[in-house]
Write a protein that binds this ligand. Sequence first.
Ligand SMILES: [Mg+2]
Length: 113
Amino acid sequence: MTREIIDSNQETMESLNALYPSVVLNLEILAEECAEIIQAKAKIIRFGLHNTRPGETGEAEASNIEKFCTEIGQLQAMVDILISNGVVLEEVVRRGYINKINKLRRFYDNPAG
Ligand SMILES: [Mg+2]
């Protein structure tokens, strides 16, 4: 079933790419948000959750955890846009979500296993 969905999605992607270069742009922005999450995570590890950068103003003066959460929200926005455009398949996203929760549950129940 997943293969059929992916094949069908491939056709959708090809036709969307031809007609709507904005799909490519949205995928680029999605990747950019992923990179910004990684950067925000690194700041938390290096400087702590609640650290702020001295001298920053506006959004830039937010704490590291606030910046991290902002980037997650921006990633979610891009996922929602790609779902509404028919590029990202909500059903497959949901399945991946459930698989990850189950995998982590097993890990935390038995970290050594
Ligand atoms: Mg961002």
